[in-house]
Design a protein around this ligand. Structure first.
Ligand code: NAG
Ligand code: NAG
Ligand code: NAG
Ligand code: NAG
Ligand code: NAG
Ligand code: NAG
Length: 593
């Protein structure tokens, strides 16, 4: 039995759930009224577990997420500490101030704290370092000051620590934690970066007075060595430096020229961005906003006040990618709101049919699915508005080695991406035998800042018109699929299997090398393994991880099983999730949920 079940069972047996939920409910109401903010449509006669931002498990509130709700004031004492089952607290991007309430310390299940983007201030409180359950702590973009304590070492389960853009002083302590993500940039830190951090990206430290790997070395010995050099040597160094300087100037100029050329091209791309759609009078279920515009239909009602069609149409847009179902743009709406807009091509549905399908897609709520916020339908234009997921696609992270700041994905991260993706697809499949994602591939798996996967494009296959034809070589499509509008769950499993093989081998299924002689990734892997069972099919980047061979072989086998030619021989998504959850690798991830 995975540890999470045991934990929850223990909670269930040891506490009378209903009175606990009543206490959680009282605390929720107290918290909301203390923090003001945007009105929430909490239905007070329904269970608090149905309230926006609240998630329960076994009759306790386990997640409280109120990001960007305009909350202000100080967190009141004696309220948050009452959510004794809480695992995740997210109040990011509000205007909360003051210090953290001491009763947080009593939350012995609290694993994730996301308080970035507020105005919390003062030194980090002592009680923080007794919160042994913490796994992820994000206090970035606040006004905390004081030193970064060595007592963080007490938080042995911590893997994510974000402290950037605060006012921390002193040096970075020697922390012996297994931190996957760490950032202290833009504080007032000085001194040397301790060796445990030397493998982290430079950008985790910028905006301080730090030195040492990965930044430049601490002692500038050149200045002292200079004394010993002869005048001649100094003269030749000077000449050489001048030459280097000139060379750099020339290169910079060249780059500028190329850039401005590219910008022009980009601008011409921007010109294709959603034009002002024609405003028909045939609107069904549409609302009008203050400016008199027919506006979008919001799936996430709580966002309705945050932007309208006009904001969208006047936003600066950037092409993110051209996919099977249309082009996606990144639109910056001002006030820090960024969304992704998909402009669908070839939709033949009527507005009513379209709206019904979209509502169904929009109701598939899962943390592994990119939230669909709103849509717009007119004769000339069909737009879908999604939350913008910042880190980019899995495809780009795996294959676009652009040199600067590129780090290969670790095995742990790949496993986590595989499991979370499987869970999200299983969630879609749980909606009924007809429900499928329809376009699983590494370019539709987007990653959040914390490298959690979020699937895009789900359900869009059903919106496509007959004109969207399958491309000849696709790489992810199951052999039995002839019409991309009809993608079965078995075909989803096949695509998922290709994705797994991609994660394990590091090879892109669309790579021309593989595709040229009609050998796709699943066939290439099978061939290699059959010829020589010890064949090196694994991504060379993964060979430096120790004690994971067993999991890597199991993962490869999952990829192979999913890509069986015959649909009925493939495992179901639910079976796959179970199989992956039993990996030793995943036990720690399970607990984190
Ligand atoms: C929190 O719990 C304490 C003790 O059970 C109780 O006295 C207090 O009223 C609760 N606070 C809120 C805001 O519900
Ligand atoms: C509030 O919840 C109650 C009980 O579940 C339900 O009967 C009622 O229709 C809900 N009200 C609204 C406005 O959703
Ligand atoms: C470290 O954690 C223990 C619990 O294991 C706690 O008792 C102790 O107070 C913590 N130390 C510090 C310095 O906070
Ligand atoms: C950071 O600290 C400095 C010096 O103590 C102070 O002047 C500055 O206002 C602080 N900045 C913020 C954002 O709190
Ligand atoms: C650290 O934070 C800074 C500022 O927010 C950001 O620019 C940088 O990319 C981050 N680096 C890492 C490795 O998270
Ligand atoms: C380098 O700097 C450290 C502290 O910054 C100092 O202790 C050490 O003596 C320096 N070494 C040299 C060779 O200057």
């Amino acid at each position: 039995m995975p540890p999470v079940l045991l934990l929850l069972l223990l909670c269930l047996c040891s506490s009378p759930a209903s009175s606990d939920l009543a206490s959680d409910r009282a605390a929720l109401i107290a918290l909301r009224s203390a923090l003001h903010g945007r009105p929430l449509l909490w239905n007070l006669s329904a269970s608090p577990c149905s309230w926006e931002g609240v998630k329960c498990a076994l009759g306790r509130v386990v997640e409280l997420r109120m990001p960007g709700m305009g909350l202000r004031g100080e967190l009141p004492a004696g309220v948050i500490g009452n959510f004794t089952g809480l695992q995740t607290l997210s109040l990011r991007f509000n205007s909360l101030s003051g210090s953290l309430p001491p009763d947080l310390a009593g939350l012995s299940s609290l694993q994730n704290i996301y308080l970035q983007g507020n105005k919390f201030s003062g030194q980090l409180p002592d009680f923080l370092f007794s919160m042994q359950s913490l796994v992820r702590l994000n206090l970035a973009l606040n006004e905390f000051d004081g030193v970064i304590s060595t007592r963080f070492n007490n938080l042995s389960r911590l893997t994510v620590l974000y402290l950037e853009q605060n006012n921390f002083t002193g040096s970075i302590p020697e922390l012996n934690l297994r931190l996957d993500q760490f950032n202290v940039s833009f504080n007032q830190l000085s001194g040397a970066v301790p060796t445990p951090f030397s493998g982290m990206p430079k950008s985790a430290f910028e905006g301080n007075s730090l030195c040492g790997k990965p930044l430049s070395p601490c002692n500038v010995t050149a200045a002292t060595a200079g004394h010993k050099l002869s005048r001649r040597a100094i003269a030749s160094i000077a000449v050489a430096s001048l030459l280097v300087l000139l060379l750099v100037l020339v290169i910079v100029l060249l780059i500028c020229c190329v850039r401005s050329g590219k910008k022009k091209r980009d601008n011409s791309k921007k010109a294709e961005a959603p034009k002002q759609p024609e405003i028909g009078n045939r609107a069904i279920g549409k609302t009008s906003d203050a400016s008199g515009f027919n506006s979008m239909v919001f799936i996430r009602k709580q966002r309705e006040k945050m932007f309208g069609l006009e904001d969208l149409l006047t936003a600066s847009a950037e092409v993110l990618g051209k996919g099977t179902f249309g082009t996606t743009y990144k639109a910056s709406l001002g006030a820090g709101i960024t969304v992704a807009v998909k402009r669908l091509k070839d939709v033949s549905d009527s507005e009513i049919e379209f709206g019904e399908k979209i509502k169904e897609i929009g109701s598939m709520n899962h943390e592994g699915l990119v939230p669909l916020v709103a849509y717009y339908y007119s004769r000339g234009e069909k737009l879908l508005v999604y939350d913008y997921i910042p880190t980019g696609s899995l495809s780009a992270l795996l294959h676009d080695d652009n040199g600067v700041g590129w780090t290969p994905l670790s095995w742990d991260t790949r496993c986590r991406i595989a499991l979370r993706t499987a869970q999200a697809v299983a969630h879609i499949h749980s909606w009924g035998p007809g429900a499928s994602h329809g376009n699983i591939k590494s370019s539709t798996v987007l990653l959040t800042k914390l490298y959690e996967p979020c699937l895009s494009d789900y359900g869009l296959a059903r919106l496509a018109g007959p004109a969207v034809s399958p491309s000849r070589f696709h790489g992810y499509r199951a052999p039995e699929v002839i019409d991309i509008r009809i993608v079965s769950q078995e075909a989803d499993v096949y695509s998922f299997g290709v994705l797994i093989l991609e994660l394990v081998t590091g090879k892109a299924p669309l790579m021309s090398l593989l595709a040229e002689d009609g050998v796709d990734l699943p066939r290439w892997v099978r061939g290699a393994v059959e010829q020589d069972p010890t064949a090196e099919v694994f991504d060379a980047e993964l060979l430096r991880y120790q004690n994971v061979e067993e999991d890597m072989i199991q993962m490869l086998q999952i990829g192979i099983d999913c890509t069986e030619q015959s649909p009925d021989q493939r495992p179901s998504m639910a079976q796959l999730t179970k199989r992956m959850e039993s990996f030793s690798q995943f036990h720690s991830f399970q607990e984190e949920d």
